[in-house]
Design a protein around this ligand. Sequence first.
Ligand code: HEM
Length: 403
Amino acid sequence: MSTASQSTFADLFFMDPALIADPYPMYARLLAENPLYFDANLGMWVLLGYAEVSAGLRDPRFSAQRIAGADELPPEWAAAQPLLEYLARQMLFRDPPDHTRLRGLVSKAFTPRMIETMRGEIQGIVDDLLSVVQARGEMDVIRDFAYPLPTTVIARMLGVPERDNDRFKHWSDDFAEFLGTPQMDAMERFGQSMQEFTDYLRALIPTRQGDEQDLLAALLHAEENGDTLSETELLANIILLLAAGHETTTNLIGNGLYALLTHPDQLQRLRDDPSLIPSAVEEFLRFDPPVQFTSRIAKEAMTIGNQEIAQGYEVVFALAAANRDPAQFPEPDTLDVGRRDNRHVAFGFGPHFCLGAPLARLEGQIAFATLLDRLPHLRLREEAPPRLANAAFHGFQRLPVAF
Ligand code: HEM
């Protein structure tokens, strides 16, 4: 384990528990030295500054196609091949023209209008979850609330049976573990999980060719200029939607609630003025984002600031560090639920900007408004609840509260 004064991004990447719990002093120190640096232990460039991260995510010289093909795989990764094959077809990992095409087709099904029609349903799910725990006077926010909320919502939107939620969780957890912290000895499990996930969806689809109004049916029928999704693309992007709905909104709710409960002045301010809920949710996303970083490949040699990035290098975009850049956010380490002009990059930036952001925002706003309204005496039951063992997806294993 390295000390806070010398740790680098590589230590977070290799899961130093102290950095997983609180990476922000490390980001601040590195950022003050340089908004981008070459991390020799990782063999990657790391962009930390807000200007560099947001410009880089729009720069077509960076490629999102970072999933190795079968012919480039190191032998230890061979068992993960089924996962990589589908991953490589997700819009998240494609460049134009494939990205534009896939995002266009999925956006035809996953529309802001469809999301807005979920408002009443989301409120109903939130109310039901809180009714189960209310009389108990305590809950684990992750297990009892923040996890079942987005997973139920995305399962209902897609029209996949809710009784299979635990199976989706298992598959999605493996998927997130692979993206965040791929350990060599888990490759077989990752490959196996993806195989099961795709077998499951392949069996489900033929039962769904009718006139259902849900997202799965809309994806099956999505068409633009005569173009449709191939079976692999369809499965790959359903998995992306399901997994994205599982691993991120849960952590927005967990991280946001923890931030509030450890900043009682901001909690009181929000209770006194619930019209601040939307800006509070944006502030939670800025302050302790569920996705700490993403990455790209330099397609060509380029100069950023006074640094030369050679062609072919992987570049980490430290979204969470950019969200605390003092050049963009006054008093970046202060939680301010009324923060104005909060153009954080928790949902990314540019062409891959999170497609699910309107859904995540809606769920977050309804969740916080209802939690504060129904549970007036919320407090933490554990001072430092354990963090997830994942460097990229930042959240809690559990978050016990009383109310
Ligand atoms: C608070 C919750 C969420 C956070 C913090 C989040 C974060 C992100 C980030 C940072 C990216 C961009 C990654 C990159 O550029 O490499 C992204 C992309 C994406 N997200 Fe989310 N996400 C959240 C919720 C969701 C939800 C609920 C869904 C869908 C159900 C979703 C679907 C997607 C999709 C499809 C993409 C890929 C977009 C593209 O490549 O064009 N996300 N998300």
